[in-house]
Design a protein around this ligand. Structure first.
Ligand SMILES: [Zn+2]
Length: 258
């Protein structure tokens, strides 16, 4: 990982970036791919006078660039949260440009990242699911690093609270809550048999999310996953937010009954 700090006043963030990347590595059982991606990642830190610190994670050929635009007057926990959010996108990134079907899904979609997909007729979906998952992982990582929430961070988190709760509930259908986990892809060994504590996060980390989609469509109906993700992607509309909330309620009921 190559870190370029383009302004002397931001030098102290080098340590924060390294700590966050290191925390991801130590919170993954399947850390090899993430560690390898770190090797080809350049981090560029620049000052910003926008109200909020922001970031961007993008692939450039065979390497990855994370751009961090830091407003030094934002509280540390908020800046750490934004950095951890971008590293979550790095975790979700696929390194091949070729779109390949890594598992059959009922809607015949292909994966763009661990979470976003392209449907059979070429529509991209799942972007908001990825954003919320990145926020959830960022909160997990900064908590492990000992950050407590400032009012500033809490105010910002409130804006997407309902969406985040939907995605947290979705993940929790598939096992233990991440909040109480030691690893993102937590598992334990019992009598020589590995037991995954939450298959949602396990399948995200191991790029086998089609397992979740297949389960979802089996329980909720044909193409239900596509509809769920499209509604979440457009959840600034009230009826779409209500749709995803009621879908999760139905999923929770059906999976308890199963
Ligand atoms: Zn993002």
């Amino acid at each position: 990982m190559d870190i370029k700090i383009l302004d002397k006043s931001l030098e102290r963030y080098e340590g924060m970036v390294k700590a966050i990347a290191g925390e991801y590595e130590s919170r993954l059982h399947n850390s090899t791919l993430f560690s390898w991606k770190l090797l080809v990642t350049s981090i560029i830190v620049i000052p910003s006078d926008a109200k909020l610190t922001s970031g961007l994670c993008e692939k450039e050929g065979t390497s990855i660039r994370i751009l961090l635009q830091i407003n030094d007057s934002n509280p540390d926990d908020y800046i750490a949260f934004v950095i951890a959010h971008e590293f979550a996108h790095l975790l979700f990134k696929k390194m091949t440009d070729v779109l390949c079907v890594t598992g059959r899904t009922p809607d015949r979609s292909t994966e763009l990242t661990a979470l976003t997909r392209i449907s059979f007729d070429g529509k991209q979906y799942g972007k908001e699911l990825e954003e919320q998952c990145a926020d959830i992982l960022a909160l997990f990582i900064i908590k492990k690093l000992g950050y407590t929430h400032s009012k500033f961070l809490d105010e910002d988190l409130k804006k997407s609270l309902r969406k985040r709760i939907v995605v947290e509930k979705l993940a929790n259908v598939f096992g233990n809550h991440l909040e109480s986990a030691e690893f993102i892809d937590d598992f334990k060994m019992e009598n020589g048999v590995g037991y995954v504590k939450n298959s949602f996060w396990y399948f995200v980390v191991t790029f086998s999310f089609t397992e979740i989609i297949n389960f979802y469509d089996e329980v909720m109906g044909k193409k239900a996953w596509l509809r769920f993700c499209e509604a979440l992607d457009n959840s600034d509309k009230k009826e779409n937010l209500e749709f995803v909330e009621s879908a999760i309620k139905r999923l929770q009921k059906s999976s308890k009954a199963a």
